[in-house]
Design a protein around this ligand. Structure first.
Ligand code: RI2
Length: 315
């Protein structure tokens, strides 16, 4: 069975984090399935569907934590409908276009909601790089609010640098700090603003490693914590008791081999994400409005029913 080259390339880019961030991963995965559908030479609907499932499995296996990936694959596979290969191909085309349009719309709508929480003159502290979080700042700037940002560099990959650049382009003055300086500056901050890779049914937020420590410190300081997350980041499997896998990445992201050897070759671990319990989060901002984390389960049930399916697995 042929999985299209573009599917492999997209999977490799997600795996290597050239394509990263929950929304970007979902968009790329949906487009890769469309390429699979466009180029498929399957001669029966069954063969076409099997190819699509194989492509989805290739994508699914790349990164375990960002739930937007399986949510995107599920959306496209459920949308694939028809009695002929031509009809199936057409339905994938329509579904992917609809999915990508919704994605773009959702981020802008979420930004408007998040911006309403920000006041003129506020200082936000960010962690990692989240396009959903940035959408809130962008909408606030569009409303004429002047904001400043304290940006954590976010070891080990320094994705805070991407946030610093994006905020500067929006005209928001940025102060970059090392991660361990966060508590020191929290008194000067009006909001901690982060994104999410997954949200569990109990309102726990799974986001870049370091988020939970930041949230605990922010709570201690009385600084509100706002999480910007499209509904695509709701993790439906957690409705039925599953937990969210935390991705562990290569240790060379933390330290190169030579330096490691020179300090006595310690064990090194590199978890990419952590879990922030709902009691440390003030609001989850979505395109459907803002929610206290404890009530996100209501929205999750409305959008996903009682649980979830894995349509990419063999029937
Ligand atoms: P958007 C990132 O993870 C960060 O943890 C960020 O908060 C989250 O994705 C969501 O990003 P990674 O993919 O979808 O860099 O809001 O490991 O852009």
């Amino acid at each position: 069975m042929d999985v299209h080259r573009e599917v492999h390339e997209t999977a490799a880019a997600i795996d290597a984090m050239e394509t990263r961030g929950a929304a970007a991963i979902a968009d790329a995965a949906a487009r890769a399935l469309r390429s699979q559908a466009r180029t498929s030479d399957a001669d029966t609907p069954e063969a076409f569907r099997a190819e699509l499932r194989a492509a989805a499995r290739t994508l699914f296996e790349t990164r375990p934590t960002a739930v937007s990936l399986p949510n995107a694959l599920r959306y496209v596979l459920h949308g694939a409908d028809g009695q002929t290969v031509a009809a199936l191909r057409e339905s994938v085309e329509t579904t992917v276009a609809e999915f990508c349009a919704r994605l773009e719309h959702a981020q802008a709508d979420l930004g408007e909601v998040g911006a309403n929480r920000l006041r003129d003159g506020d200082v936000v502290m960010t962690h990692c790089h989240s396009t959903d979080a940035l959408a809130c700042v962008e909408a606030a700037v569009d409303q004429g609010k002047e904001l400043r940002a304290i940006v954590k560099e976010t070891r080990p990959r320094n994705q805070g640098h991407i946030t610093a650049e994006a905020l500067s382009e929006l005209g928001v003055p940025v102060t970059l700090i090392v991660d361990s300086a966060a508590r020191h500056y929290l008194n000067d901050v009006d909001h901690v603003l982060v994104g999410a890779d997954s949200i569990a049914a109990d309102g726990s937020v799974i986001n870049k490693i370091g988020t939970s420590g930041l949230a605990v410190n922010a709570r201690d300081r009385g600084t509100p914590i706002m999480v910007a997350a499209q509904t695509l980041k709701l993790h439906p499997a957690t409705l039925t008791g599953h937990t969210v896998d935390i991705e562990t990445r290569d240790v060379t992201e933390v330290i190169d081999e030579a330096t490691r050897a020179s300090i006595g070759a310690p064990d090194v671990v590199n978890p990419a994400f952590d879990v922030t319990p709902p009691r440390y989060v003030d609001a989850i901002v979505t395109e459907r409005g803002q929610f206290p984390p404890e009530s996100i389960v209501t929205l999750m049930r409305e959008l996903f029913g009682e649980g979830t399916t894995r349509p990419w697995e063999e029937p």
